[in-house]
Design a protein around this ligand. Structure first.
Ligand SMILES: Cc1cc2nc3c(=O)[nH]c(=O)nc-3n(C[C@H](O)[C@H](O)[C@H](O)COP(=O)(O)OP(=O)(O)OC[C@H]3O[C@@H](n4cnc5c(N)ncnc54)[C@H](O)[C@@H]3O)c2cc1C
Length: 389
């Protein structure tokens, strides 16, 4: 969905985000990649424009727009040169509250949503655990009811933005799994205070996106009042499922943004750099892979926005959201890799930025769900092939 197919309102969203992002170009993001400081000034600029509430209901101060507009916004943020360092700094606050909107009581929504939009509450999302991985039903973090509160003990892994978060959307087991029930039955979702007295947060040193922390989170006797339970006790996986498709759509859109930024850098360099007396972009071995990547990004983008449009029309979109995320992350990865190769030695130099994009785009191939699990999903749910695991 390029600007030729956007509605005037969507173009306004894209333009407004572009204006904010112009203040934070590639050099700003390179500096954050070097010093690892969380991009507070960027997040403030996005927050003060009211953009954290883009998909939140208007009655709570949001803009009431769809996942399509959120995808346009996050694509632009990633494309600005910020890549995942920029997108992940705001992503969870845009997408995370969806289960509260769908399954929370009006009272919970009234209390929880406005501080998120105003940027007063910062969210992190604790699902992944070291011993469970992609098998969410195997998580071991327990929330035990003591008659007044839930008492949570366990460990989460890779929890992004936990260091600066005040709140956590937390999936924990509240009911023992019976032999006859599915492994995902008996999980519950909480939106609760990340109380530092009961939570230890250790940052994971990682390949890219240094400015946005991902963490090992150790939870010890965290007291969670019943008012912080979202949806019914035992229905946590159902609540999470509701948010999975929009998350895949948004990650896909972010990947497209990074791929486009890489392609732009590569084509500019290929036009300007002269070797053997002509522009390197005159060589078909340079230009064909870039043309191929352009076509792949366009196709992936169509799938991502098809999924967004289905979601906004309240139609099933699981196959398209998964396919869009898969195609976008793979196409964007190829774009980043081609950009590094097109720039030759300079592709490896930090000041040309494409090596940073390449390191960051790997995130989209791994999280929140891997390419293998997407292919499993499509094989089983779309092609009706037997489940392999
Ligand atoms: C930068 C970053 C940020 C993250 N942020 C968060 C966050 O904020 N909150 C959060 O909860 N999580 C977060 N995650 C975790 C992320 O969602 C997981 O890393 C991801 O879901 C993969 O899980 P895993 O790493 O445990 O892989 P594993 O489950 O250990 O899988 C390892 C490999 O085996 C493959 N595999 C496993 N089972 C099968 C199968 N049945 N068939 C085929 N292949 C299979 C996988 O595809 C993968 O390639 C983040 C991860 C990263 C890297």
């Amino acid at each position: 969905m390029d600007s030729g197919t956007l509605t005037p309102d969507q173009i306004a969203v894209d333009d407004a985000i572009k204006r904010i992002c112009l203040e934070f170009g590639d050099n700003y993001w390179l500096a954050r990649d070097t010093d690892g400081k969380f991009p507070e000034d960027f997040v403030s600029a996005i927050t003060s424009g009211g953009w954290l509430g883009i998909t939140m209901p208007e009655r709570y101060g949001g803009a009431g727009l769809g996942v399509t507009e959120a995808a346009i916004m996050l694509r632009r943020i990633a494309q600005s040169g910020g890549a995942f360092s920029a997108a992940s700094a705001v992503h969870i606050n845009i997408w995370g509250p969806q289960p509260i909107i769908k399954f929370g009581t009006p009272q919970q929504q009234e209390q929880m949503i406005p501080p998120i939009i105003r940027g007063e509450d910062r969210i992190c999302f604790g699902v992944t655990e070291p011993n469970a991985g992609l098998d969410t039903g195997a998580i071991e973090t327990r929330a035990k009811w003591d008659g007044k509160n839930y008492i949570v003990n366990g460990q989460k892994h890779w929890t992004s933005t936990a260091k600066g978060a005040t709140k956590i959307l937390l999936l924990a087991r509240t009911k023992t799994q019976g032999s006859e029930t599915k492994s995902t039955t008996g999980l519950s979702l909480f939106y609760t205070n990340l109380d530092p007295k009961h939570v230890e947060i250790n940052e994971i040193s990682k390949m890219g996106r240094k400015a946005v922390d991902s963490n090992a989170v150790f939870i010890n006797d965290l007291k969670v009042p019943p008012e912080d339970l979202i949806g019914k006790d035992g229905d946590g996986f159902k609540c999470i499922l509701h948010g999975l498709n929009p998350e895949r759509i948004l990650i896909g859109a972010e990947a497209i943004g990074i791929g486009k930024a890489a392609l732009e850098k590569a084509t500019t360099y290929a036009r300007d750099r002269h070797v053997f007396g002509h522009a390197i972009g005159k060589n078909q071995s340079i230009q064909h892979p870039l043309a191929e990547v352009w076509a792949e990004l366009q196709a992936a983008e169509l799938m991502v926005f098809k999924a967004a449009s289905l979601y906004d029309s309240e139609l099933p979109c699981g196959a398209e959201a998964n396919a869009g995320k898969l195609l976008a992350s793979e196409a964007a990865h190829r774009a980043c890799e081609r950009a590094v190769l097109t720039l030759g030695g300079m592709g490896y130099a930090k000041e040309y930025h494409v090596e940073r994009y390449l390191r960051e785009i790997y995130i989209a191939r791994i999280a929140p769900v891997s390419r293998e699990m997407i292919l499993n999903f499509i094989a089983e749910k779309v092609l009706q092939l037997p489940r392999s695991y």
